[in-house]
Design a binder for this molecule. Structure first.
Ligand code: FES
Length: 136
């Protein structure tokens, strides 16, 4: 008996961290801060066994004036876009926010539990496709 192709799909990660690799600060000619942030997060994830965390570099999250920019997304969860992150100082915040996001059923981390940069830098949140919204 053949299996459905869906049965062979690897489990979706609880969180995918998208990092824009292409933004630039006007004052830093040639430097791509998102690439520096991406490399640092990738290095930190390589030393962990968190299979529920995935990392992807992307070209533009349409928040070009607020680098570094990232998005946190996961199945059945709200997607958060966050900007104004620092390429070096925000590495721990990105990992902390991603792990807290992954641990929620809906992606909503209480404001007080978010790292400081994720309290200040939220640009938007987008509802999940797969769940009905409360009050809708
Ligand atoms: S180039 Fe980074 S958000 Fe547009």
């Amino acid at each position: 008996m053949s299996q459905s192709p869906l049965m062979n799909r690897p489990a979706e990660p609880d969180v995918t961290i998208f990092v824009c690799l292409t933004c630039r600060h006007a004052s830093e000619e040639g430097v791509r801060p998102g690439k520096i942030l991406f490399d640092a997060v990738q290095m930190r994830l390589a030393g962990r066994q968190d299979s529920q965390v995935a990392l992807r570099g992307v070209e533009c999250l349409s928040v070009c004036k607020r680098p570094c920019t990232v998005a946190l997304a996961g199945p059945g969860k709200w997607t958060y876009v966050v900007g104004d992150l620092d390429k070096e100082a925000s590495v721990d915040d990105v990992l902390e926010a991603a792990l807290k996001f992954a641990a929620t059923p809906d992606g909503i981390v209480p404001w007080r539990e978010r790292p400081q940069s994720f309290r200040k830098g939220v640009i938007s949140r987008v509802p999940p496709l797969s769940k009905p919204l409360e009050g809708a």
